[in-house]
Structures are given as structure tokens and as C-alpha cells.
Design a protein around this ligand. Structure first.
Ligand code: MLT
Length: 325
């Protein structure tokens, strides 16, 4: 029976090092087979996942030897952290390791929407040469509204500053004297004010009970007419039917979504709208980010299995379960 179960894609030197020291089961498709997964974790001491494996209370209970859950990524919405903590299991994750990649794709989305790059590409490949059809707008001098000014929001805003954009930020956990906001010359404001003033709204939120469906009909209705909307964070912070309605009404001028309320999504109206760009949750998928994420999680899981404290635990750094044995 494996010591470490990895239920999603993993690669790199740190993974190979882990594999050379422990009995590792890597099955990148295991997240699709919950019954098999529950069987495989029965005797394992570590489980490593990305965002597609639901680490539920039932799965945790099926693994009485489990000491550490490694989440290769930043979002913890697929892990029942509370239940794991109660069971004395360390939950380790990799905040910051993929932040630059997400910020870069957010800028890519912004430029793609403002200049119709995907549509112009397709049209040109279709044999056309329609310059007037793709009259875009500059980002220079426009206002970017960042919803959620954590690491990724901050890095996105910094890049937008280099394009000459003004920054508005909404984040209930920050105050205006925050040093990073000062660096961005950003104005911290309430959500309604941000929505009313921003030419581009970019979401950088975790999925929590407070953020679920935050961008709904009412909030889209408060956006500046024709503003662009980007979500590279979590799909469930957006009500997709309400976004479709706002796009059709011209309230939202264009939207770029890397994340969906259901992943993979069912094909619906969003797919048929011309002013929408959709990508399959690839914001963190760069060689550099994945090298950092894989290394950070593999090394941290090895630390815990070696009896050392985790250096990227969500809460407790050592497995209380071990002490209880
Ligand atoms: C993250 O939460 O780190 C990103 O969304 C990528 C991922 O979940 O794998």
C-alpha cells in the first residue's frame, strides 16, 4: 500500500526525490474515481491533491493513518480543512508560488478583451482582413478595480500600473494605510464604488461562504456600462446566468473567465457569446509556477513525514494525530 497518494498531475525534481524515498502512488486521474481514491488512502500517510480532488470529511475518515494533506496550489475550497484539523492532520498548501503566473494571465485577459485579440486571430485565420471590426481601447489612463487585494490582486495591480492604469481596490481585510496599497497608489474603497468607477474589474477572491455568488445580477448592474470583467480566481464567486444577462444587456462589455462555477463546465450560453474569452483554469499553469508549486508541496510533505514541522501549513504545522497515537 502506498505511503503517499497523489491524485492529480505532479512532476519535477522534488517529486522524483519524494518518489525515491517513499512509496508513492501517482495517478493523475484518481480524482475522477472517488471510490478507488478512498481505497488507496486507507493506509497512506500523505495525500497530495490539486483543485480537482474533493478532500471531504468522508475521504479524511477513510484514511486513519493520514498525517498530512498537501494542496498543490493556493485555493483550499476543495479541502475540508476544519475536519482535517480536528482529525489532527496537517494541511499544507503553496500560497504565493503561482501568484505571478495568475497575475500575468490576468493582464493577458485584460489586453485580449480590450483589443479583441482572440476574435481577431480567429477572423484572420478564417481568411478575413477586417481592421475596422476590431477597434479596441487602450488600458492607459483607465481604472482597474481589484476585488480582493491579496498577493495575486497586488501583483496584477502592479503590472496594470506599468500600463498607466489607476487602481481601485476592494478588500474587507485591508485598511488604507496598507503598505502595498500605498505602493500601488491604490484607493481602497467599497465594492459599489469600485464597480461604478472601474473600466476593468478583476476578481482575485477565494471561494468562501462570503464570496460565493458575490458577482450577481445586482452587482453586475452596478458596473460602469461597457466595463470589462475578469475572473481568474474561483468560478463560484460569479453567478454565470447573471453575467450572461449583463453581457447581453451591454452592461458588461466583455468578460474573460479562467474559472467556472462547475469545472469542467457544461456548455451553455457563455460559450456562444462573442465578447467572452474562456480558458480551462490554466492561470497557474506555467512551467515556472508548477515547478515552484510541486517543489514546495513535495518538500513540505516530506518534512512532515520526516517528523519536522510543516513550513506552509494552513494552521497546525505538526500532525496532532501522531501525538495522540
Ligand atoms: C490555485 O488555487 O492554486 C489555482 O487555482 C490552481 C490550482 O488550483 O491548481
Amino acid at each position: 500500500m502506498p505511503d503517499i497518494v497523489i491524485s492529480e498531475y505532479m512532476h519535477g525534481a522534488a517529486f522524483e526525490a519524494l518518489r525515491s524515498r517513499f512509496n508513492v502512488l501517482l495517478d493523475a486521474e484518481l480524482w475522477k474515481k472517488p471510490d478507488l481514491l478512498a481505497e488507496q488512502v486507507r493506509n497512506c500517510r500523505a495525500l497530495i491533491v490539486r483543485n480537482q480532488t474533493p478532500v471531504t470529511a468522508a475521504l479524511i475518515d477513510a484514511a486513519p493513518e493520514l498525517l498530512v494533506i498537501g494542496r498543490a496550489g493556493v485555493g483550499l475550497d476543495n479541502v475540508d480543512v476544519k475536519h482535517a484539523e480536528q482529525a489532527g492532520i496537517v494541511v499544507s498548501f503553496t500560497p504565493d508560488q503561482n501568484a505571478i503566473s495568475v497575475a500575468e494571465i490576468s493582464m493577458g485577459m485584460m489586453l485580449s478583451l480590450a483589443r479583441f485579440i482572440p476574435a481577431a486571430d480567429q477572423d484572420t485565420k478564417d481568411g478575413n482582413w477586417q481592421r475596422n471590426r476590431f477597434m479596441g481601447t487602450e488600458l492607459y489612463g483607465k481604472t482597474l478595480g481589484i476585488i480582493g487585494a491579496g498577493k495575486i490582486g497586488y501583483l496584477t495591480a502592479r503590472r496594470a500600473m506599468a500600463f498607466g492604469m489607476r487602481i481601485l481596490a476592494y478588500d474587507p481585510f485591508l485598511t488604507q494605510d496598507n503598505i502595498l496599497l500605498s505602493e500601488l497608489q491604490a484607493e481602497l474603497t467599497d465594492l459599489d464604488n469600485l464597480l461604478a468607477r472601474a473600466d476593468v474589474v478583476s476578481c482575485h477572491l477565494p471561494a468562501t461562504p462570503q464570496t460565493m455568488g458575490l458577482m450577481n445580477r445586482e452587482r453586475f448592474g452596478k458596473m460602469k456600462r461597457g466595463a470589462l470583467f475578469i475572473n481568474t480566481s474561483r468560478g463560484r464567486v460569479v453567478s454565470e446566468p447573471d453575467l450572461v444577462e449583463a453581457l447581453k444587456a451591454g452592461i458588461v462589455g466583455g468578460a474573460a473567465l479562467d474559472v467556472r462555477s462547475e469545472e469542467p463546465p457544461k456548455t451553455g450560453e457563455l460559450e456562444s457569446l462573442p465578447n467572452v474569452i474562456l480558458t480551462p483554469h490554466i492561470a497557474a499553469f506555467t512551467r515556472e509556477a508548477q515547478d515552484r508549486v510541486s517543489r514546495a508541496i513535495c518538500e513540505d510533505v516530506a518534512r512532515v513525514l520526516d517528523g519536522k514541522p510543516s513550513i506552509s501549513a494552513v494552521r497546525s504545522a505538526t500532525p496532532k494525530r501522531l501525538a495522540a497515537k
